[in-house]
Design a protein around this ligand. Structure first.
Ligand SMILES: Nc1ncnc2c1ncn2[C@@H]1O[C@H](COP(=O)(O)OP(=O)(O)OP(=O)(O)O)[C@@H](O)[C@H]1O
Ligand SMILES: [Mg+2]
Length: 242
């Protein structure tokens, strides 16, 4: 049995989100294979792995879009059955892989969708300012360059003032300057962050700990320094490149 407090499912006294022995199958494909993870509040937790490793599926489980065949989730030590439309209320906000805005709505309206407090306008504007896109509030997201649309997506999630911010490949398609800006934003977010990302430099520079998935299996969990020197991780990535 595991005695690592970061993964031990028997330890349910902790605050925060935890995954306990999550398994997801799509037909014959094992997308997640017995994944356990305890997410320490305030930490930035990276989830990495080759294409198809199960990273987005893990996010979909936490958001209630995918129901695992076995395993469970807990939030603050209590059983947690996520439903997509309740997530905001539970303090969980997520950005989508790519850009996922509502085309017919302005930037401000898109970000307002994320806000959930009694002062949604104020929260939306604060998030727009923080993401440097307030000047585009009245524009349609589709009229903006890709990097700006990614920022709108971030603003929508931040407007919820989430206790857990889930980012699925936020650096995808961004240049070095934008990625540096993103790294600062993540580190200054002052909230728990789950970060799925292929950009290793970003992951290694901002994360407190990193979970590595390979064909749905957790193959390593540790600090960036531990993950960098882990033989199994190197093997998984070399295998994917071959
Ligand atoms: N709804 C679904 N139905 C069937 N198979 C699925 C479904 N969603 C994901 N898969 C499969 O499950 C596996 C894991 O997919 P997932 O999208 O979680 O990978 P990922 O790690 O996010 O990959 P990427 O880095 O390319 O985004 C893949 O083989 C994928 O094809
Ligand atoms: Mg993915």
């Amino acid at each position: 049995m595991s005695t690592d407090p970061r993964t031990d499912p028997a330890d349910t006294t902790d605050q925060g989100l935890a995954l306990h022995h999550i398994t997801v199958r799509f037909g014959g494909l094992l997308a997640l294979d017995d994944v356990s993870l305890r997410i320490t509040p305030g930490h930035i937790v990276g989830i990495i792995g080759p294409n198809g490793a199960g990273k987005t599926t893990l996010f979909n489980v936490i958001c209630g879009f995918v129901t695992p065949q076995s395993g469970a989730l807990s939030l603050d030590g209590k059983p947690f059955s996520p439903r997509p439309h309740h997530l905001n209320r539970r303090g969980i906000a997520r950005t989508l892989q790519g850009v996922g805005q509502f085309g017919g709505m302005t930037v401000l309206e898109n970000v307002l969708v994320g806000a959930r407090s009694r002062k949604p306008e104020a929260d939306a504007w604060e998030a727009l300012e923080r993401c440097g896109v307030a000047e585009h509030a009245r524009a349609l997201p589709g009229s903006l360059p890709y990097a700006k649309r990614k920022r709108v997506e971030l603003a929508r999630a931040l407007a919820a003032k989430p206790r857990i911010l889930m980012l699925d490949e936020p650096a995808g398609g961004l240049d070095a300057d934008e990625i540096r800006w993103l790294a600062d934003l993540i580190q200054d977010a002052k909230t728990t962050v789950l970060l799925v990302e292929h950009h290793m430099e970003l992951v290694m520079s901002v994360c407190d700990e990193i979970l590595v998935l390979d064909f749905g299996k957790p193959i390593a969990l540790g600090t960036p320094a531990e993950i960098r020197t882990n033989d199994k991780v190197a093997e998984a990535y070399l295998g994917a490149a071959a």
